[in-house]
Design a protein around this ligand. Structure first.
Ligand code: VGL
Ligand code: ZN
Length: 221
């Protein structure tokens, strides 16, 4: 794929930054190991895109995905109408500090901030569809309006929200790239990150390193 190395076709491309929030970084309630280490990479990459969407996991109190609500332990799971739901520590509560973007994330390149997981009874891992795999978040419409045909995905967590976003991006007919060194995973259970990478690759997601975007420059198409 030579296009990723040139700046000729950036017009139809967007960057998706998934859930780069305090609660998913060291010190947060659902901290991803080394989650903050991707931030310099994400900032460098984001400066090269004209359309940059950042998602926020944005849950109400007592969200259905919180173990505490069900008297269960984090990483247990329950069956809901829409299928299996893994339970997590309370995280990314609307308006609280844990739900803010990490302070080192450069917000200047962002063209849209998308809040997801906002319904109390329905989780949303993917940036495109909530966990019932039917309720759209509106991202598809935004990307379509801007003529986007190719997306690059980075952020947290590789094996949860990044994975489901990438799989849905393929489903929506987008040419989908995962910037592997600009992602980190929860990796519970152990091996989840590797199997997520495998699943994405099988589905048609192309894994690249951020160095493959080094020669791009924003707006030079
Ligand atoms: C996420 C678990 C629960 C994520 C969000 O952003 O990957 N993981 N909610
Ligand atoms: Zn969540």
């Amino acid at each position: 794929m030579t296009d990723t190395k040139s700046s000729r076709e950036t017009k139809h491309e967007a960057l998706l930054i998934i859930d780069l929030q305090n609660d998913f970084c060291p010190g947060g309630s659902l901290a991803v190991s080394e989650g903050d280490m991707i931030i310099p990479v994400v900032n460098e990459v984001a400066a090269k895109f004209g359309i940059v969407v950042a998602t926020k996991d944005w849950h109400p109190q007592a969200h259905v995905s919180f173990a505490s609500r069900h008297g269960k332990e984090p990483f247990d799971s329950i069956e809901l109408e829409y299928g299996k739901q893994v339970l997590w520590p309370d995280h990314c509560i609307q308006g609280e500090a844990g739900a803010s973007f990490h302070p080192e994330l450069d917000q200047r390149p962002l063209t849209m901030v998308l809040h997801k997981g906002t319904s109390r009874e329905l989780d949303s891992y993917s940036a495109f569809l909530e966990n019932d795999h039917a309720t759209p978040t509106g991202l598809d419409g935004y990307l379509r309006t801007h003529g986007i045909t190719r997306v690059f995905i980075c952020g947290l967590a590789t094996d949860v929200c990044v994975k489901f976003s990438a799989l849905d991006a393929v489903q929506y007919g987008l040419e989908t790239y995962l910037i592997e060194d600009a992602c980190r995973g929860v990796n519970v259970p152990e091996g989840s990150v590797d199997s997520a990478l495998h699943e994405m690759t099988e589905a048609g997601v192309r894994c690249i390193g951020s160095s493959e975007l080094r020669h791009r420059s924003r707006g030079s198409y």
